[in-house]
Design a protein around this ligand. Structure first.
Ligand code: NAP
Length: 273
């Protein structure tokens, strides 16, 4: 199809990445999607080119970009690949922190380093980075994830200023809870068990996190909002897609003192029995 725009999207085998890939396809984009499990399931998404991609491996990123480039250069790159490890700051192993940062943050860095030269040569492009409400505020027992998303927020500000002269626009997507995520990508830190000094607080917080995600917003709506936003000539730097109470939590965090904010969040996540 002539003049059809091409988007490359990471983390498209599940959750918000999958819903966004389908919405972009339905909107007329040529979609080239990457995820590790596409190795075994190259036909996973009808009408979408699915290629193996592990964003934590330089070789895999290089191979994905080589194969995707021979199909079509990207007008847009959407980065959704992500995971988290649930656990206390004290008991989450350094290696567990490293895995989360390596996937969520350095995975984006790797992809951008590979795609930016292509977009510069092409005269521009759009880069969409999936952050989270956790990129703006911390919640207990999600420190590795929260740190990775805060890193993305700072990185995106630097990136957008550097690439603007090349016609490249950057957008952060900050989803609140959506009922899309899979427990497969939310393992508990190995040390978290009933003997942990944090066990009661941890169980309370994990129960709340799980409940909020199960009762979260519709992932299809998010996919369609992103597809609609990407159609615009100019895209916003931030696109928060969250429920009213999560928007409120961000304002409370920004405008009330740290002590009040922590007290509200603690009482929300850590219930006394
Ligand atoms: N769901 C929510 O409520 C929510 C809220 C805020 C932000 N987000 C963000 O939205 C994005 C999607 O999350 P989700 O919860 O909707 O999806 P999810 O079901 O947790 O899926 C995670 C996706 O990331 C991919 N992935 C994980 N590690 C990867 C790696 N090393 N290389 C390539 N792909 C990898 C997985 O594919 P393979 O296993 O096939 O590689 C899968 O497609 C994440 O960035 C997440 O932080 C989600």
């Amino acid at each position: 199809m002539k003049n059809r725009k091409t988007v490359w999207i990471t983390g498209a085998s599940s959750g918000l990445g999958l819903h966004t890939a389908m919405a972009l396809r339905d909107d007329g984009w040529q979609v080239i999607a990457g995820a590790r499990s596409f190795n075994e399931r190259p036909d996973a998404i009808p009408g979408v080119t699915c290629l193996p991609l592990d964003v934590s491996s330089e070789d895999s990123v290089r191979s994905f970009c080589g194969k995707a480039s021979s199909a079509a250069l990207p007008d847009a790159l959407v980065q959704c690949a992500g995971m988290l490890v649930l656990g206390s700051c004290e008991e989450t192993e350094t290696e567990e922190f490293r895995r989360v940062i390596d996937t969520n943050y350095l995975g984006m860095v790797r992809m951008n380093r590979a795609v930016l030269p292509l977009m510069r040569k092409n005269g521009g492009g759009k880069i969409v980075l999936f952050s989270s409400i956790n990129g703006l505020l911390g919640i207990p027992f999600q420190s590795a994830y929260t740190a990775s998303k805060h890193a993305i927020e700072g990185y995106a500000e630097c990136l957008s200023m550097e690439v603007k002269p090349f016609g490249i626009q950057v957008m952060l997507v900050e989803p609140g809870d959506h009922r899309s995520g899979s427990d497969k990508y939310r393992p508990h830190a190995a040390a978290m068990d009933s003997r942990s000094p944090y066990a009661a607080a941890y169980d309370s917080a994990v129960g709340r996190i799980h409940h909020d995600e199960m009762n979260g917003s519709d992932p299809d709506v998010l996919g369609r909002k992103i597809a609609k936003t990407l159609d615009r000539k100019r895209i916003p730097f931030r696109r928060r897609i969250a429920s009213p109470d999560q928007h409120l939590a961000v304002y409370v965090h920004r405008f009330l003192g740290a002590r009040i904010n922590a007290a509200i969040l603690r009482s929300y996540y850590i219930r006394k029995k």
